[in-house]
Design a protein around this ligand. Structure first.
Ligand code: BT5
Length: 261
């Protein structure tokens, strides 16, 4: 994908984006977007790169984006006053848009709470949401999305804590990155006005992996929690029912979810 192809794909979006910065190679699109936000980027400005040399996951874990194989982009939002109470739903906004873009291609995509999109139980995309605050007010939110499009994007198994896959593995050759990008962005734009609604949470919940299954949640130094995955709270936190039938809420943070062995 080059800058011209990118512009062509994006020109077909139903609503206008802000400015677009394209890089053949960059450290991290999220870092660039955070710097751009500090410099006054407009709402819906987009940073996209063909390759990332220092792509980041949560807690500075690495995200691999080899040249010519993947989508790696960061969309900058300046949340409106109406959106500000729903910041914790933004990761869901991105995950839903990615999952929808895969479902329209006939694939069964699921969201592994909080920030992964799975195909056939393997990670095809990761989302990293970062915010810039002025005191207690959020100024900007950067939504970073990494999606493995071609097989070459998938890191070798020893680099991974969770199995990974690509779109090409499910769809065969010929997947066009520009079209997938356009679909994801169109999805985010279409869902954004509904972010505060109950139906948004219901749509997010419907896509959750491991629903009604026993799962284990590991969070930092705390003892792992186990329970049945029930769904989402209204802020997007995870709702479990523990073995003694109590309802437990797992808040956002560095948590890892897996099916209980
Ligand atoms: C994530 O973190 O999954 C968030 C990834 C966000 C990446 C995007 S790319 C555009 C933007 N710019 C950035 O710098 N970042 C964002 P986390 O849940 O912490 O998962 C990270 C883990 O995923 C790593 O420790 C690896 O085990 C695994 N991983 C790394 N690269 C992968 C890949 N290409 N496919 C599947 N898994 C990967």
């Amino acid at each position: 994908m080059n800058q011209n192809e990118l512009k062509k794909s994006l020109s077909k979006l139903p609503l206008g984006l802000g400015d677009v910065r394209y890089f053949d190679s960059i450290g991290s699109t999220n870092s660039e977007a955070l710097a751009w936000s500090a410099g006054g980027a407009k709402d819906l400005s987009l940073v996209i790169a063909d390759e990332q040399t220092a792509g980041r996951g949560r807690l500075d874990r690495k995200w691999f984006t080899p040249r010519g194989t993947a989508l790696a982009f960061s969309l900058i939002l300046r949340p409106s006053a109406k959106e500000k109470p729903h910041l914790t739903r933004i990761v869901g906004l991105a995950a839903l848009a990615v999952a929808d873009s895969l479902r329209t291609r006939g694939l069964v995509a699921q969201i592994k709470w909080p920030n992964d999109v799975l195909l056939d139980g393997r990670k095809v995309a990761g989302i990293l949401v970062e915010s810039v605050w002025s005191g207690v007010e959020v100024d900007y939110v950067v939504i970073g999305v990494g999606l493995n499009v071609l097989k070459g994007a998938v890191p070798s198994a020893e680099l991974l804590q969770f199995p990974a896959t690509s779109l090409e593995e499910s769809l065969g050759p010929g997947v066009e990155r520009g079209k997938v990008l356009r679909d994801i962005l169109a999805g985010i734009l279409a869902l954004r006005p509904h972010i505060g609604t109950d139906s948004f949470i219901a749509a997010w919940e419907k896509m959750l992996a491991f629903r009604d299954e026993q799962v284990q949640v590991e969070g930092g130094s705390e003892t792992p929690m186990t329970g049945k995955l029930l769904g989402l709270e209204s802020d997007g936190s995870l709702k479990l029912s523990s073995e003694d039938g109590k309802s437990v809420t797992v808040r956002f943070g560095d948590v890892r979810l897996r099916r209980q062995a």
